[in-house]
Design a protein around this ligand. Structure first.
Ligand code: GLN
Length: 302
């Protein structure tokens, strides 16, 4: 596995220079583009990594899975009264569908859906940002995981689109807390800094029927874990989820920081990171690395 990971990174490195680092959040535009890392964490506790796997980056939309898991944990099926679990076929920050569908987001992994999930969590936790930070520290086994305050503030300063979604949902009665407060929580989750190893470990419960070995916690029931994986498989890469299923064939979740996490149920999790994105907002080299990995190990859920 170690040799395979190094080989894959060597093969995808030439893609660096062909994508574009997210710059709509100014604090993200400063990230050096030529970075590339990968980590694999097995259900048997084995850990392999290559490249910049220890360099922390902004998890961005990967955090949408953590928020969803928290919400399922305390509210279970009731959350689906507020949003759906259908693919959107739209960019992650699109407003169009939301107006047509009367403020009910298609799924928890587009921004509108993640904002509703944050609203649900805001009603539950006294300090959602801290609850989330502590949750991912436990999941990753890394007590040093931090929120990058500069990124969170930069996102808040450039919040127009996300704020528009939240206020639109409020106008339809699908937002219960103060919008600006929920936006703050949402941006603080997106601004979590984690590396490939942290993320591969933090997602291991989804490869292991909801059980996280290193924290000893049953995070979700096996059924809930299967459900989260299915939403990742159908909506984890926004309007490119179909392409990801076609090329990689695994439940996955991406973020505009350039990270992508993928789950091989029953076996392992893999996190890849490279900051340059394609037009859909997914890591260009990261997608290719996961495609090569799933091909070489001959593993896909399909
Ligand atoms: N914080 C980003 C936003 O709200 C997250 C988007 C993403 O990673 N796709 O726009």
């Amino acid at each position: 596995m170690q040799t395979l990971l190094t080989q894959i990174l060597d093969e995808v490195r030439p893609l660096i220079g062909q994508g574009k680092v997210a710059d709509y959040i100014p604090a993200l535009a400063d990230v050096p583009a030529n970075q590339l890392g990968i980590a694999v964490y097995g259900n048997d506790g084995s850990l392999y990594s290559a490249g910049d796997a220890q360099t922390p980056f902004s998890v961005q939309s990967i955090s949408k899975v953590f928020s969803l898991v928290q919400a399922i944990g305390h509210s279970g099926e009731a959350i689906w009264e507020r949003l759906g679990h259908e693919p959107s076929g739209q960019p992650f920050n699109s407003l169009v569908q939301l107006e047509f569908e009367r403020g009910r987001p298609r799924n928890p992994f587009i921004n509108a859906g993640a904002l509703v999930i944050c609203d649900i969590n805001q009603s539950r936790f006294a300090a959602p940002a801290l609850s989330m930070r502590d949750f991912v520290r436990r999941l990753s086994g890394n007590p040093q995981v931090l929120v990058d305050g500069k990124v969170a503030e930069s996102e808040y300063q450039h919040r127009s689109r996300n704020a528009a979604m939240a206020y639109l949902m409020q106008s339809f009665g699908n937002f219960h807390n103060e919008v600006e407060l929920v936006l703050r929580s949402y941006f603080s989750h997106c601004a979590l800094q984690m590396n490939c190893v942290d993320l591969a470990k933090a997602f291991c419960f989804l490869a292991n029927e909801g059980f996280c070995k290193h924290s000893g916690e049953q995070i979700l029931s096996p059924r809930q874990s299967k459900q989260v994986n299915s939403i990742m498989a159908t909506s984890g890469l926004y309007d490119e989820a179909g392409n990801f299923a076609y090329r990689v064939g695994l439940p996955g979740k991406s973020g505009v920081g350039g990270g992508i996490i993928a789950v091989v149920p029953g076996q392992f999790t893999v996190c890849v990171w490279s900051p340059e994105l394609n037009a859909a907002g997914n890591s260009l080299a990261g997608m290719k690395a996961l495609e090569l990995l799933s091909e070489r190990i001959n593993w896909s859920v399909f």
